[in-house]
Ligand binder design. Structure first.
Ligand SMILES: [Zn+2]
Length: 361
């Protein structure tokens, strides 16, 4: 039997080739939406899409990888592994699987969580015609979070400042301030943008083009970086008390919420479920993020701060980039065989719950 750890790639280019080859071997024709920019090695960037099952299926399982760029190693490994293992070979009648591979290919290839314009794609679905959400905690901390230098002394003093904020307010308040999302500092962390990014527009177009016949859609959006090492938390972005939240609990059993403190994530604004619901307004959508833990929260935040410094003040092509890139990778894709196997097992279990629920619905 194949070791599931072998499904996971070690570069964006490898992940892309692997996904496309696996799709073709499964008899599917991958569709590509080419990104206008290139990767660090000059490699082409694209979002690739595969549809398995009848085109007019009314029930669809949609999986998404790399909403947060570098987190794509996780979801891509699950997507390619599922194709290689023939997991969708005997889908029940009327059911299809749509796989969106690397919705943020630029972040994936450049080992970044953000898009090419420093936007957090999962904060980019705010209503840009209305006043944008405010995050006064971030405003207070921006200069501490994103200092102009990134040497040991600066790291230690700013971490002390951040921990001081947590001591005064709470660790949850610090996490909320840093990661909840902000729309003011375009060179800052967890920036939601001023309009739809390429990945946002691409996701919207793909869903409208492919899912017109779908009536019931389960969405699993693969993420990493929060929670215990290797554990997959099923986070439902729908508000507590909503029909979707109730359905997610029925389908996926152990669900956490963004709005009641049960999740390892802070409450967020401008998340992609808003755009997914808008594009699929004709259908019943049941969405979760499957969020896998990697390293302690402070390490994860610091890895993003270092990467932000590198791209704002430093040179990603310089030797200074190496330790920063290896740290962000450790924090979003540990890639050890035990971590990969644990990702795979939980993904299979979660996708099977979705497929079973769709088949019965
Ligand atoms: Zn994520």
């Amino acid at each position: 039997m194949t070791d599931s750890a072998s499904y996971f790639a070690s570069s964006y280019a490898e992940a892309r080739t692997r996904f496309r080859d696996a799709a073709q071997n499964a008899g599917a024709v991958p569709e590509s939406v080419t990104h206008p920019l290139q990767g660090p090695e000059g490699e082409a960037l694209a979002t690739d899409v595969v549809w398995i099952g009848p085109r007019d299926a009314e029930r669809v399982l949609l999986t998404i990888s790399a909403t947060h760029g570098i987190e794509g190693y996780c979801g891509s490994g699950v997507q390619s592994g599922s194709l290689e293992a023939g997991r969708y070979r005997d889908l029940p009648p009327g059911l299809a699987v749509m796989m969106i591979h690397a919705i943020n290919p630029h972040g994936f290839a450049w080992s970044r969580r953000v898009t090419e314009d420093n936007v957090d794609l999962n904060r980019n679905f705010a209503d840009f015609d209305a006043p944008l959400p405010e995050n006064p905690g971030y405003t207070d901390l921006h200069e501490v979070i994103c200092p102009p230098s990134w040497d040991q002394e600066t790291i230690e003093s700013t971490v002390a400042d951040l921990l001081g904020y947590a001591e005064t307010h709470s660790m949850a308040a610090l996490q909320q301030a840093v990661s909840g999302g902000q729309y003011i500092y375009a060179d800052g962390l967890f920036y939601g943008g001023r309009g739809p990014t390429w990945s946002h527009v691409t996701l919207d177009g793909l869903l409208r083009r492919h899912c017109g016949a779908a009536r019931k859609i389960a969405v699993i959006d693969y993420h990493t970086g929060l929670g215990p090492f290797g554990y997959g938390e099923r986070i439902c972005p729908a508000p507590n008390g909503s029909p979707e939240r109730a359905r997610a609990t029925e389908w996926f059993k152990d669900i956490t919420s963004l709005d009641d403190g049960s999740s390892s994530s802070a409450p967020l604004v401008g998340t992609n479920d808003r755009g997914i619901h808008r594009a699929l307004a004709h259908a019943e959508v049941t969405q979760i993020a499957l969020e896998y833990g990697t390293q302690p929260l402070l390490d994860v935040i610091n890895s993003l701060r270092g990467d932000n410094w590198l791209h704002v003040h430093g040179d990603p092509a310089s030797p200074a980039a190496r330790p920063i890139k290896s740290e962000i990778r450790r924090c979003f894709y540990p890639g050890t065989p035990d971590w990969c196997r644990s990702v795979w097992d939980r993904a299979v279990e979660t996708e099977n719950l979705a497929l079973g629920a769709l088949a019965e619905s």
